[in-house]
Design a protein around this ligand. Sequence first.
Ligand code: PAF
Length: 294
Amino acid sequence: MDVCPDIVSIRAFVSAARGSGNPVVLVPTMGALHDGHRACVEAGRAVDGGRLVVSIFVNPTQFGAGEDLDQYPRPLERDLELCRAWGCAAVFTPSAAEMYPAPQRTWVTVEELSVPLCGRSRPGHFRGVTTVVAKLFHIVGPDEAVFGQKDAQQALVIREMVRQLDMPVELRLAPIERDPDGLALSSRNAYLDASQRRRAAGIYRSLCGAREKIRGGERDPNAVVTAVAEELARGGIDDVEYAELLAADDLSPLGHVEGKVILAVAARVGTTRLIDNMVLNVTAAGATEEPVLF
Ligand code: PAF
């Protein structure tokens, strides 16, 4: 496996892979890898002959003031071992100086889709994400790229960027990986102490409760969201940033629960902000859970 710390070396790797006729599949990450990332690598493996490239870069421009940029875990040696074990062909590990050699004055912003949910409480977050992902796409030039369903809004924002800027890259999503009690895997779960970790499982329980309510015939989005809030409170999670049921394609509000919908939650357990979601396809015949948005 090649470890490429700079733009010159990753470009050399990619042009050699292309030269031998292999498509390049990028899995962008911020490191502190876990089975959610493994699922992205697995999804990338479905590309015939694909050479898998994982990027590991804790992107400062997507963190707001007072967020966890400095504490964000950076276990690079362990991450490289995992990438080797997962059969990756190369890992791109740029420094902040390599990615942002001068103050950034050029930004990629996706309007509207970046505004609700996480965009409301993390102003500038998606601008940082789309800018760094655009840079990674220009640097690596992948044929395909894989993102995780857990960051569903991020996936929609990136899909829109790719469409509107005509970027020649196919996107794939990998389903959410969960611990046995349902907690969605996240690098930030490492911040939770034992009692917070137990409480955090309540987020998934609240999504499952809402799913069952919809399966039981509830079609009023407010009633579903109220049930989520009640279940979170029962589980001792009272710092809820949002619990919303929206159209899965464009995050528009729903008057009635039907079609492909996304139930999205962000809550703080202790000081740790966790997000989770569930996608349902609601028809007259019932509600089926979809592993990914697209
Ligand atoms: O999902 C993440 O880990 C990050 O937001 C991403 C896509 C790697 C951009 O920094």
